[in-house]
Write a protein that binds this ligand. Structure first.
Ligand code: ADP
Ligand code: MG
Length: 206
């Protein structure tokens, strides 16, 4: 990725906006029916506020994170906002993205989400897609895979993570109020996170 970081953020935003009703419907089942609406509003602002001319990947991600933090609201606003800002910190000054850069960025995003939300894997959150995706990504690039092939495998793991969230009760976030009644429903945040990874993969592929 060279000067295309804005285009990638725009593609993520468009994917989220396209899935606004789907994500909101998922959140209606186990939350308060606002995940898609919140995220779509946030990414509309990202598309408007991030500079199209800034080729600094880190600075652009930081700006995107600050924008999400101030516009998304709910639990996911601070969590996604922190994830983008922390990823931005490790990519500051970079105009191209290596497989290792992306590894460090994903690692920082996970650490940020966990610092803020205090969740572990297995609590029916976005981490149930992101952590398995990261693990598989690392394994693949460790074995010499290209960034796109590693991301492809990571997306499969993220989708498996979504399936896994259907089988467990939420113990973090609003869905945890439902206890065992949250079983059988897929987590909205794990879903938006997987859409994000798929968009990055498709973007780097194209
Ligand atoms: P809210 O629950 O405040 O309405 P959203 O509906 O926008 O916020 O987002 C809900 C999503 O946030 C959940 O599906 C889950 O993936 C994620 N989430 C909630 N709490 C946490 C947490 N502590 N750590 C990680 N992700 C979380
Ligand atoms: Mg909600």
């Amino acid at each position: 990725m060279s000067t295309r970081v804005y285009d990638c953020l725009k593609a993520i935003g468009e994917k989220i906006i396209e899935n606004r009703d789907f994500l909101t419907d998922l959140d209606r089942e186990i939350g308060d029916a606002d995940h898609g609406v919140n995220m779509a509003r946030g990414f509309q602002s990202v598309i408007e506020k991030v500079s199209q001319d800034d080729s600094d990947i880190g600075a652009s991600l930081k700006k995107a994170g600050m924008t999400l933090l101030s516009t998304v609201g709910g639990a996911s606003g601070p969590l996604y906002g922190t994830a983008y800002m922390e990823a931005g910190k490790v990519l500051m000054g970079k105009e191209t993205l290596t497989a290792d850069d992306l590894k460090l960025a994903l690692e920082a995003a996970i650490a940020g989400i966990q610092k803020r939300g205090k969740a572990e894997k297995g609590e029916k959150t976005m981490l149930d897609s992101l952590i398995p995706a990261y693990d598989v990504y690392c394994e693949k690039i460790g074995g010499g895979a290209s960034i796109v092939d590693a991301l492809d495998a990571a997306c499969t793991a993220a989708n498996e993570g979504i399936e896994f969230t259907k089988t467990i009760a939420a113990t973090k976030g609003r869905a945890s109020y439902l206890g065992d009644r949250s079983i059988g429903h897929q987590d909205p945040g794990a879903t938006s996170l997987t859409l994000t990874l798929e968009t990055i993969r498709d973007f780097l592929k194209g």
